[in-house]
Design a protein around this ligand. Structure first.
Ligand SMILES: [Zn+2]
Length: 214
């Protein structure tokens, strides 16, 4: 027991001595690198180089140049062009945002194709599918998974909407045509609710207090 304790203490002592030596060596190396003369000169050299460049630039900018008036006119026109473009771009963004905010929600890409409808997103009516590539009206295809022809006896397992021109197809929606349309309508109403909720959370910090008091 005593032997084991002595052994343990001697192990701890040896670890302490080893760590101390490593720390001393690493510390000495770092000190040597920091205090070496060539390393100390680097920041000073960089600083003096930057200072020289700045002074050169300043002297060049403060010097006078002779320029014909027609060249000044051309330079002015060239300078006005990007300003005009920027102004046009800002107006375009403003108009787009305004249109997006005021546009009624009656078109969306749902289940892989474009759907358009009358009325609002809360109450969509006459929901119609369109091709996302050529904007063609899509054809309804009721199908069975066992490939038997759909009839009164064999009800369709799923319905999809296909473009006759480019072959684009919607996702397979369970049930017949009516089931598929109802599913799309539910999805439209869901998206409309989510969108309204998001708009409220963005707009309401200022409007919430007035509506709560009124
Ligand atoms: Zn198409």
């Amino acid at each position: 027991m005593v032997f084991r304790l002595n052994n343990l203490m001697s192990q701890e002592d040896s670890h302490f001595i080893r760590n101390s030596i490593i720390a001393l060596v690493v510390g000495s190396l770092i000190y040597a690198v920091i205090t070496s003369s060539w390393l100390r000169k680097i920041p000073t050299a960089i600083f003096s180089f930057i200072k020289h460049i700045i002074s050169l630039l300043f002297s060049w900018l403060s010097s006078n140049i002779v320029m014909p008036k027609w060249l000044i006119c051309i330079l002015l026109i060239l300078a006005l062009y990007p300003i005009f473009k920027l102004f046009k771009y800002i107006i375009k963004i403003y108009k787009k945002t305004d249109q997006t905010l005021n546009k009624p929600y009656n078109e969306d890409n749902i289940f892989g194709v474009i759907w358009r409808w009358d009325g609002t997103g809360d109450w969509p009516r006459f929901v119609m599918p369109y091709c996302p590539i050529c904007d063609n009206e899509l054809v309804c295809q009721e199908q069975r998974k066992d490939f038997l022809p759909v009839s009164l006896l064999y009800h369709p397992h799923f319905t999809k909407f296909v473009c006759e021109r480019c072959g684009v197809s919607s996702d397979e929606l369970p049930g017949d045509h009516d089931n598929a349309i109802e599913r799309v309508e539910r999805e439209i109403r869901r998206r409309s609710r989510v969108s309204q909720r998001e708009t409220k959370t963005v707009v309401e910090p200022n409007q919430g207090e007035s509506s709560a008091s009124g």
